[in-house]
Design a protein around this ligand. Structure first.
Ligand SMILES: Nc1nc2c(ncn2[C@@H]2O[C@H](COP(=O)(O)OP(=O)(O)OP(=O)(O)O)[C@@H](O)[C@H]2O)c(=O)[nH]1
Ligand SMILES: [Mg+2]
Length: 399
């Protein structure tokens, strides 16, 4: 049903500059996205325009150039690093005689390939359907209008478009109901953790920043970490034992990206709730990436969107082994810890992060006074080891 590039798809990439200035790193990211989806990149076509053409997005000359390149390279697919309307996508497919996918479609495709858990799969399908429902336009053969009688609603008089819309709406409803069930389970688990006075620490960051590598380094887990975008999709929780600190669980989750499709953020709200409700967010930053400031902004924007903008945040400047930065803790003018510089890969600076966490969540009385006044006070109920043990598995000891 969905427009998925098969692995080995031969793709051309298109990026038009609408006056954003630098396009080099954006093009690199587009290439990484395309490769992460399993495509082979044949070439990149860039251009410049004042504003998108309503019918073809690019100008007529540029469309001809892309069509020519499609013929020469025998491409099967053209990725546009932009949002295309349904009409633009259809017109481009007709003009280029080639499949066309936009940035949202591409990200959704990668998510669809990576989803493993039942919840992840439901969330991706929901986002795909919402995306699809906004793009149903006539003109694609499978969506051709059928002849229907005036005034007839439903049944044989329905147009194919209406049938498609109705089916999609029904499926969205069903998916929402299934997801709501899973969300309730997640809420029960998180209430149990709160009752057990377990602090929740969430790893959050731009895709490929090194969250899973840091998770593995801290918990001795063996999560999949790879030099590709969106290696992680499902949330994983694990106990994070640190001497002198309160009981903590650490969560690793999906990475963020610039212009993350809103439907995807909404669909992933349940997964992202670990971050939204965390006592502390560890914002992992790839310090070696020249785009790190833009990436920090993109992450903060998504955090705000999921209601986590106000959560206490500690910045982790990761990959210092590539930058020449020294490991260590940075404090603000009041002595509060703001940043930890480390390398999740080599382990340098990880002891500083442990020390920082022990300082922020000391096992003795004053909870989190060092970081933020808006941390919730722990509830009075006692900790039930057996209750919470089912939600995370403990590594042998802290590393
Ligand atoms: N040099 C260096 N590479 C690192 C470091 N931390 C992570 N990496 C590499 O960066 C790549 C991405 O790491 P991941 O841990 O998968 O990143 P992630 O943030 O979980 O990425 P997604 O799950 O895709 O969002 C991998 O190739 C890691 O080996 C580091 O401190 N130094
Ligand atoms: Mg990851």
């Amino acid at each position: 049903m969905f427009d998925r590039p098969a692995s080995g798809t031969r793709a051309l990439l298109v990026r038009i500059d609408f006056g954003e200035g630098e396009t080099g790193s954006r093009l690199n990211e587009l290439k990484e996205l395309a490769v992460s989806s399993g495509a082979t990149v044949l070439g990149v076509i860039s251009g410049r325009r004042a504003k998108p053409d309503p019918a073809f997005f690019a100008g007529r000359g540029k469309v001809d150039e892309i069509a020519e390149q499609c013929r020469l390279t025998e491409a099967d697919l053209v990725f546009f690093d932009h949002s295309l309307t349904g009409v633009q996508q259809r017109n481009l497919e007709q003009a280029l005689e080639c499949r066309v996918l936009d940035r949202v479609g591409l990200i959704l495709d990668i998510f669809a390939q990576r989803a493993r858990s039942a919840e992840g799969k439901l969330q991706v399908e929901l986002a795909q359907l919402k995306h699809l429902s906004t793009r149903l336009v006539g003109g694609w053969t499978h969506l051709e209008r059928q002849k229907g009688g005036i005034g007839l609603r439903g049944g044989p008089g329905e147009t194919q478009l209406e049938v498609d819309r109705r089916l999609i709406t029904q499926r969205i409803k069903r998916l929402n109901a299934q997801l709501a069930k899973l969300t309730r389970t997640r809420q029960t688990q998180s209430r149990t953790r709160a009752r057990a006075q377990v602090r929740t620490v969430a790893l959050v960051g731009y895709t490929n920043a090194g969250k899973s590598t840091l998770f593995n380094q801290l918990t001795r887990a063996q999560l999949y970490a790879a030099d590709q975008l969106f290696a992680t999709l499902d949330t994983t929780l694990r106990r994070l034992p640190i001497a002198g600190a309160q009981k903590m669980v650490l969560s690793d989750t999906v990475g963020f990206i610039r212009d993350l499709p809103h439907d995807l953020v909404v669909a992933f709200r349940a997964t992202l709730s670990e971050a939204a409700e965390a006592d502390l967010i560890l914002h992992v930053i790839d310090a070696s990436n020249p785009q790190r400031d833009e990436q920090i902004d993109a992450v903060n924007q998504v955090l705000a969107e999921i209601g986590a903008g106000g959560r206490p945040q500690l910045r982790i400047l990761n990959k210092i082994d590539r930058t020449g930065l020294a490991p260590g803790i940075e404090r603000d003018g009041y002595g509060k810890i703001r940043t930890v510089r480390l390398s999740a890969l080599t382990g340098e600076g990880c002891a500083d992060l442990r020390a920082a966490l022990a300082e922020i969540f000391p096992s003795s009385a004053e909870f989190a006074a060092n970081l933020s006044p808006n941390l919730p006070e722990p509830e009075a109920q006692s900790f039930q080891e057996d209750d919470s043990a089912q939600f995370f598995s403990a590594p042998p000891e802290s590393c």
